[in-house]
Design a protein around this ligand. Structure first.
Ligand SMILES: NC(=O)c1ccc[n+]([C@@H]2O[C@H](COP(=O)([O-])OP(=O)(O)OC[C@H]3O[C@@H](n4cnc5c(N)ncnc54)[C@H](O)[C@@H]3O)[C@@H](O)[C@H]2O)c1
Length: 275
């Protein structure tokens, strides 16, 4: 039976990881915008990969379930790359919570039912989740463990509590990291691993929207004030994804790797520190 690598969100980061882990496997590229999945599939097919395309809205249970059926119809799902998402400049707080928080929880639940023994997955969270101040313990626990269909009904996620898209994004991305840790227990029972990567600013269409959006000046300041002094590239995230998903990452599960060129460090202790 063929090995299948499922890429949800066929953007730059998803593609970069797929190039590293998809050699000799069936790569199923799924995106809400079919044209994005199709375009990624053509580039990868021209580079020697076997590609397949699907449409999915991760905020829809039926759609994610249908994607699971498509993937298992192609072979054994040995890899999951969850790189779909919307950023604060692209959507309302409600949509961000639905896609980035609920959608990720759904993907982890449903692919966690079919992931192969020795399989592994990565979820692209964000540095934003690391800059949200600590949450009360009960809120962290709730983000990690609340049944997926009840997540968006948590009182601290109510529309009158989360009115700012950046806050919705930070909560969603913190939620991704917590959810990955909780799901690593369940995935571990199947002999599989799941981790998160929290990138800083990585040059993609999503980052371009942020840099040219209302928070653009703040993002440019972050880049200038960081140790790296530059934005990251999708290929650098691809390298970490390959480590986490490959044999060298065999002892890593339930983790969240922050890779932000030192922005969070500068935020806490360097030029970006407040006060
Ligand atoms: N680029 C950055 O600076 C950066 C930093 C930190 C985290 N991230 C995260 O990385 C992930 C990938 O982003 P990217 O930078 O590669 O952006 P991208 O715009 O290149 O790709 C994102 C893809 O997700 C798809 N998508 C959006 N909503 C969807 C939905 N409901 N269902 C299915 N697909 C959907 C889009 O159509 C797009 O193809 C996102 O979760 C983002 O939050 C990006």
């Amino acid at each position: 039976m063929s090995d299948v690598i499922v890429v949800i969100g066929a953007g730059q980061i998803g593609q970069a990881i797929a190039r590293r882990v998809g050699v000799g496997k069936r790569v199923l590229l799924a995106d809400m915008k079919r044209e994005n999945a199709q375009a990624a599939a053509e580039v990868l097919a021209d580079a020697g990969y076997e590609t397949h395309v699907a449409t999915v809205d991760v905020a829809s249970r039926d759609a994610v379930q249908a994607l699971v059926a498509t993937a298992t119809g192609l072979g054994e799902v040995t890899g999951l790359i969850h790189a779909a998402g919307v950023s604060p400049s692209q959507a309302s707080p409600e949509t961000i919570l639905k896609v980035d928080l609920y959608g990720t929880a759904l993907v982890l639940d449903l692919f966690g039912e079919v992931i192969a023994r020795d399989g592994s997955g990565v979820v692209i969270a964000s540095q934003s989740g690391h800059r949200l101040p600590p949450l009360p313990e009960e809120q962290s626990h709730a983000l990690a463990t609340t049944p997926t269909e009840d997540l968006l009904a948590l009182p601290f996620l109510a529309p009158d509590q989360v009115t700012d898209p950046l806050k919705a994004y930070q909560l969603s991305k913190r939620g991704n990291s917590l959810r990955v840790a909780a799901q690593a227990v369940r995935w571990g029972r199947r002999g599989a691993r799941i981790n998160a990567i929290s990138p800083g600013i990585v040059m993609t269409p999503l980052a371009r929207d942020e840099l040219s959006g209302p928070r653009g000046a703040g993002y440019r300041k972050m880049i200038e004030g960081s140790a790296a002094g530059r934005a990251g590239t999708p290929d650098e995230v691809g390298a970490v994804g390959a480590l986490l998903m490959g044999p060298d990452g065999g002892f890593i599960t339930g983790s969240d790797i922050l890779m932000d060129g030192g922005v969070t460090a500068a935020w806490l202790y360097g030029d970006l520190a407040k006060g």
